[in-house]
Design a protein around this ligand. Structure first.
Ligand code: PSU
Ligand code: MN
Length: 301
């Protein structure tokens, strides 16, 4: 396929129809997590996929090439300075040969779909921002989840977003939203948002059977996996940090693609990094669940 380079491990897995899980790279770059937590996130997420019997495929743009699966000697590239690359930026990233484009959920889904990978894991998806009626700020992640025949496994939407608005938007886009072992949509650092999901599934096999049918109808689906109990943060703690971060973003006039990295940075700062173990745990946990689903899905096909 022109302009996509597969790592040997991923190419091999695809050829022999073994389970593969696509992973985004924004979270592993300086835009997602501070060093050295980002490296730990990368190592633990990849290991979680492998340990569950699937092949991890980190997506990124490196020296103008779309990569699916990064060999270890390429990890350093993604851990440093990167340009946030959403789906709409992919053409520019390739045409203008960007050194390091860290792919968001939307870009990773576009790449996974072209590559033929059916299961994707992230930390939290982007969504509808508070005040979106005025600003129009709705993440491109939502449209990509709806459009591509790829399953997205997440811990819900990032907690600083308008969660009810995000769920309404997903409904409008006809995205099936599945609670994994829960009746409620998870809220990233917190296990629950108090908002019900339309569908609950408890086993990887059940999710695999569901997506097999879903893909026949076109479009993707979203699974929300609650953060492991031991790592969850109390909502009061997060609430304070979030409202501070959001008002600071407004005060400084941060707009567009810069909003999410800015707010994430402010929250980390306010919580003095106390949110990082939670971030690592949920990413690792989502990767494990995604791999279990990919294994069950491969057994069906
Ligand atoms: N969640 C995190 N860290 C991140 C992101 C999500 O904990 O860095 C990234 C993801 O790559 C997601 C993107 O796709 O933020 C959404 O950005 P925006 O809100 O600008 O669409
Ligand atoms: Mn936005």
């Amino acid at each position: 396929m022109s302009s996509i380079i597969f790592s040997a491990a991923v190419a091999d897995a695809m050829n022999s129809e073994r389970p593969v899980v696509a992973l985004e790279s924004t979270i592993f770059s300086n835009l997602g997590l501070p060093s050295p937590a980002n490296e730990e996130a990368l190592t633990r997420t990849i290991a979680a996929v492998s340990n569950a019997g699937a092949i991890p495929a980190v997506t990124a743009v490196i020296d103008g090439n779309v990569r699916v699966g990064l060999d270890e000697d390429m990890h350093d590239r993604i851990l440093g300075e990167a340009v946030k690359t959403a789906e709409r930026d992919l053409a520019a990233a390739v045409a203008n040969r960007w050194p390091v484009g860290a792919t968001t959920v939307s870009a990773s889904l576009a790449i996974a779909a072209r590559a033929g990978i059916r299961v994707f894991a992230t930390g939290g998806i982007g969504g509808v921002h508070h005040g979106s009626a005025e600003t129009g700020d709705v993440s491109a992640d939502l449209g990509a989840i709806a459009r591509y025949g790829v399953l997205t496994v997440s811990a819900g939407a990032k907690a600083f977003l308008d969660i009810p608005g995000t769920l309404e938007h997903l409904e409008m886009l006809s995205v099936p939203v599945i609670g994994y072992q829960t009746d409620e949509f998870p809220m990233f650092y917190a296990r629950s948002s108090g908002l019900p999901v339309p569908l609950r599934l408890d086993r990887p096999e059940a999710v695999a059977a569901f997506i097999k049918e879903r893909f026949e109808w076109g479009g993707g689906a979203l699974v929300g996996v609650p953060i492991p109990e031991a790592e969850a943060l109390s909502s009061a703690e997060i609430q304070d940090a979030m409202s501070g971060a959001l008002s600071e973003a407004v005060r400084r006039g941060v707009v567009g693609a810069a909003v999410t990295p800015f707010v994430l940075g402010q929250i980390s700062e306010a919580l003095d990094g106390d949110n990082i173990p939670a971030n690592l745990a949920l990413s690792e946990n989502n990767a494990r669940v995604a791999a279990e689903v990919a294994v069950a899905f491969a057994a069906l096909s």
